[in-house]
Design a protein around this ligand. Sequence first.
Ligand code: PGA
Length: 253
Amino acid sequence: MSRKVIIAGNWKMNKTVAEGVALVNELKPLVANVDNAEIVVCPTFTTLSAVVEAAKGSNIQVGAQNISWAESGAFTGEISADMLKEVGVEWVIIGHSERRQYFGETDKTVNQRTKTALAAGFKVMLCIGESLEERENGTTNDVVKTQLTGGLEGISASDMENIVIAYEPVWAIGTGKTATPEMAEDTHKACRSVVADILGQEVADAVRIQYGGSMKGANSKELVGQENIDGGLIGGASLSAKDFSELIINAVG
Ligand code: PGA
């Protein structure tokens, strides 16, 4: 089963408009020859429009970091599908652990946002992952099962063509601690088998599962080289064009 590698940069709350445009302009020539991976950058809302413009005509796609489940109305601080459509975004990240940890995101809201995003024609990176405590008490597979079951409730096999799963162990995000390739591979395998239980083996074999958590140029090849790891969702190392391009080229070059 060949699944195209997808490597996305989650800029989180970093980069002004000018900085984001400069990063993309620097990144474009560095990755222009990469044709065996999809490349996505996910800036903040205010930077999206300018980055979409800067990325035009390149092999860099653009994603947002959140999307409301509601169409419009009294949802202070949220962003709607129409608004993201208008600026030309193709992807949305949903359910990042920082959203879950600091902003009350749950499997239910992840599911609602995912349904809204798919209905509006976006592609979704749906994030899951266990905490350090859960890893240490041996419940990782139960946690990802619960998150996937809740997040994918009511999602059809054909919807899954527009969903990528991002497995991100929370203890490895921004900490410099990477899951070993074997550890990550084991959990990716477990995630794929949960998808098989919910939607069948064919869907499970086709769905791409990214790894996230301190991925960098030095470890991207080994991680993405694992059978069930189909790319990465990158925080820190996506904030520099040089680091991000190195990570991508090492992973798939
Ligand atoms: P990190 O973040 O690469 O800085 O660990 C990954 C993520 O949160 O998506």
